[in-house]
Design a protein around this ligand. Structure first.
Ligand SMILES: O=C(O)CCC(=O)C(=O)O
Length: 310
């Protein structure tokens, strides 16, 4: 890369937004018609109702907490590769990814996320998971449906949580496949939270003003502003792997369906945009342990949830 190209990348608004706030919203989003077409195909394949779930007796007969999320060979999006061009080839998205991650960036993971509405979550399950910080429902969903990730809310977390010992050299890209308002379990994102680098989950957050006071346990703190990601079909936003975000349980009658991508610099390829962002962080770029909320089986051992107080 030439010096001129390097300074162009560092000047890209996605890089300055990541440095200033820890995230970037694409003003124009991605093609809403293509998003709507994909949504219709997904809805033809899957009904998001109470039939998704195991019975309590079935679950208790053999609780499985690991291997209950999309993975290669068990990912609904694998059959929609061609339909994802509206995201992956969108010029604004591509330009932003190149500015942050350099050329030839790598998609680590792409999957469909469903925010499951309260009306379809069985009562026995609601009672069990009340107050848990991470309500990923994969463990309770019938095996054939585990090609999507199902959430009933998740407390503020960093996407670094799933990548212990990995550097925060990747971003998350989120696309809404339909309009998402305040009652559709929108993402809550804490501006400036990326500044403290990697910290252990659950995070030390105290509600203050229009945001949260966030401490890293190492002597630093930052006052964050809470930003609600609401928008219309094709809404697109990107954030740093250390940016705190979460969702409340979906109080609406309808599921929320979104695309979630994790995208990284390719090993050995220059990523001056991300390097410039990471040079501004106060804390570590990687962690030996990222969470302390689970027991050895992967079940919740802590009851605590900040985002539900937001
Ligand atoms: O979509 C959701 O409800 C939460 C998703 C999220 O925060 C994540 O996947 O990291």
């Amino acid at each position: 890369m030439t010096v001129a190209e390097r300074s162009t990348n560092e000047a890209h608004p996605v890089v300055s937004d990541f440095i200033a706030r820890g995230y970037h919203v694409f003003e124009a989003g991605v093609d809403p018609a293509a998003a709507g077409d994909l949504l219709a195909k997904i809805r033809d394949l899957r009904t998001f109702d109470a039939d998704l779930f195991l019975s309590e007796a079935q679950f208790d007969a053999d609780p499985q907490y690991i291997g209950v999320n999309p993975a290669p060979g068990r990912n609904l999006l694998e059959r929609f590769e061609a339909d994802l061009a509206f995201v992956e080839n969108d010029p604004a998205i591509v330009a932003a990814l190149e500015a942050l991650l350099g050329e030839d960036y790598e998609i680590l993971l792409k999957k469909l996320i469903c925010g499951v509405p309260s009306s379809v979550v069985p009562d026995w399950l609601k009672a069990r998971i009340a107050g848990n910080p991470v309500n990923n429902l994969g463990a309770y969903v019938k095996a054939p449906f585990r090609d999507i990730t199902y959430f009933y809310g998740i407390d503020f977390h960093q996407d670094l949580i799933d990548y212990k010992d990995r550097e925060a050299d990747f971003i998350t890209l989120y696309i809404y496949l339909h309009d998402v308002g305040t009652h559709d379990a929108p993402l809550f994102l804490l501006e400036d939270s990326h500044r403290l680098g990697g910290t252990l989950f659950p995070h030390a957050l105290t509600k203050k003003g229009d945001g949260w006071l966030y401490r890293d346990g190492r002597g630093h703190e930052v006052q964050t502003r809470q930003h609600l990601l609401t928008g219309t079909t094709g809404y697109a936003a990107m954030w740093h792997a250390c940016t705190l975000h979460g969702t409340q349980p979906d109080a609406a009658d309808n599921e929320r369906l979104s695309l979630r991508y994790l995208i990284a610099r390719r090993p050995g390829v220059a990523a001056p945009g991300m390097d410039a962002v990471n040079a501004t962080l106060l804390g570590p770029l990687s962690l030996e342990a990222t969470r302390q909320d689970l027991d050895a089986r992967g079940a919740a051992q802590i009851k605590a949830n900040s985002v539900n107080e937001a």
